[in-house]
Write a protein of this length. Structure first.
Length: 196
């Protein structure tokens, strides 16, 4: 009996996290009280407190969970690609697909709440390093393409996407911006292959 209670609690926590991720992506999180979130998820505030001790901590837990799950799915997609140029497109398009369900309200709340913004910044920095490595793998010696430069530019663009600067300048959503970045970086990497 004692082994089933933690399992049930664990399953319930996972279910609540699923629901919270869904609500946050669709509607943001700043405007919700714990009472409203509990009502939306048809659970008690005690159940929410089992996930985190306060609303601020709950937001951080849910945002980290969203990025953790997204990262795992992106890496799964990447594992299925072997061609170096295809891997770049696969990676950036997978990020785009993961961000696509996120509403403008979610991104506005991320930008306004420092702990959540830091999670997005950290994940963006890790993804930028990953793109730099993928570009380096795709560039061939003697191609004339500076893989470090292309990777660094991708990193700058990714940071501009995360900060909202690119959306302000282009009106692109984060997901759309990642698709355009994939086009740009892949064109450079593919050009490297053709000229080598």
């Amino acid at each position: 009996m004692t082994t089933e209670t933690p399992r049930r609690g664990s399953a319930r926590r996972a279910q609540v996290l699923d629901g919270l991720v869904e609500v946050f992506l669709a509607e943001g999180f700043a405007g919700f009280s714990l009472e409203e979130l509990a009502a939306r998820l048809r659970c008690s505030k005690t159940t929410l407190y089992a996930v985190a001790a306060s609303k601020e901590q709950l937001i951080s837990v849910v945002v980290r969970e969203f990025f953790r799950r997204s990262t795992a799915r992106v890496e799964e997609r990447l594992a299925g690609a072997s061609d170096p140029v295809v891997r770049i497109r696969t990676y950036l398009e997978a990020i785009s697909e993961e961000l696509a369900p996120a509403s403008p309200a979610f991104f506005a709340d991320l930008a306004a709440f420092a702990p959540a913004r830091e999670v997005y910044q950290r994940n963006t920095a890790i993804a930028a390093e990953r793109v730099q490595a993928l570009v380096a793998d795709a560039a061939r010696p003697g191609s004339g393409v500076d893989a470090r430069f292309v990777g660094a530019v991708a990193g700058v663009v990714m940071a501009a996407i995360q900060s909202g600067d690119l959306a302000a300048a282009t009106s692109l959503t984060d997901a759309a911006a990642y698709r355009r970045l994939a086009d740009l970086v892949v064109a450079g990497a593919a050009g490297a292959e053709r000229t080598s």
